[in-house]
Ligand binder design. Structure first.
Ligand code: ATP
Length: 268
């Protein structure tokens, strides 16, 4: 195993890898406190990238920069550049509501709206004016629930409250809700941390299927999960991106000693 270079290793990008989003010199402050330092990271289309690292290292902060969720935190200031297909998402001309439809998000704790299963999924397409008829809306609801692997379990009770589902079902409902607006990128902030191993396995399988149509960025505390679901992994430590690259390389042959210490449990 190679150790202790202080050089940030660029990710290996083959000819058939297209960069979907990229961050350059991304720094984030919460008031006086700096939480991220000059992060450069490319996110490749139709891949899953895991953001890993010890608690408080800035994983969620970086994730939230990607759809400007940090805008909702008054004391938070983001600098640097984040591009989605070459367009700066922090440009003044960007419509943030539209951006969040293109870059959807699934949160740590399943958070269905206090509405029916149908309405949870129909809400986004309706507010974004994506459909003209009830049939079109029904079709989006059905296909989103199917893609989220939930259709068979809920097709006979679409009018019942989403909050009445199990935790794992609620999280799949939240995934269906997120994909109903046909985002290009899906951000997932520890999507399985509130779930049991069986529900986790279902979501992990789903993530693998979803990458055919979406680009996925997932924050996880589980290195096993990162190894199972992602093609790329980025390791953060104390607000800095230490290293990123193909998941297998990060876990078997990290270039940086800090990464090695983290994956072997010496820091965490
Ligand atoms: N809303 C906020 N206000 C002030 N400081 C914040 C806020 N959110 C995060 N921070 C700080 O920014 C730093 C990075 O936090 P962040 O949540 O991004 O880390 P993380 O790696 O996702 O942690 P965890 O794994 O524990 O979720 C931490 O020091 C945290 O205390």
């Amino acid at each position: 195993m190679s150790v202790a270079t202080d050089i940030l290793q660029p990710s290996v990008k083959t000819a058939n890898e297209t960069v979907k989003m990229s961050g350059r010199n991304v720094s984030v402050h919460y008031g006086e406190k700096q939480a991220l330092f000059d992060v450069d990271l490319d996110i490749v289309a139709n891949q899953v990238i895991s953001l890993i690292g010890p608690s408080g290292c800035g994983k969620s902060t970086f994730l939230r920069c990607l759809n400007r969720m940090n805008d909702t935190i008054d004391i938070c200031k983001v600098s640097g550049e984040i591009n989605l297909e070459g367009q700066d998402i922090y440009d003044k001309a960007i419509d943030v509501v539209e951006l969040r439809a293109r870059v959807g998000m699934v949160f740590q704790k399943p958070n269905p709206f206090p509405k029916s299963i149908y309405e949870n999924v129909a809400y986004g397409p309706r507010i974004h004016g994506m459909t003209r008829t009830k049939d079109e809306l029904d079709e989006i609801v059905t296909s989103s629930l199917r893609r989220a692997g939930l259709w068979e379990e809920v097709k006979d009770r679409l009018d019942q409250p989403g909050t009445g589902l199990s935790g794992g079902q609620q999280q799949r409902l939240c995934i269906a809700r997120a994909i109903a607006t046909k985002p290009e990128v899906l951000l997932m902030d520890e999507p399985c941390s509130a779930l049991d191993p069986i529900a986790t396995a279902i979501i992990e399988e789903l993530i693998d299927e979803l990458r055919e149509n979406f680009t996925i960025v997932i924050v996880t505390h589980s290195m096993q999960q990162a190894a199972r679901v992602s093609q790329k992994t980025a390791f953060f430590h104390l607000g800095k991106l230490i290293e990123e690259g193909p998941t297998e390389q990060i876990f078997t042959n990290p270039h940086h000693k800090k990464t090695q210490d983290y994956i072997t449990g010496r820091i965490g």
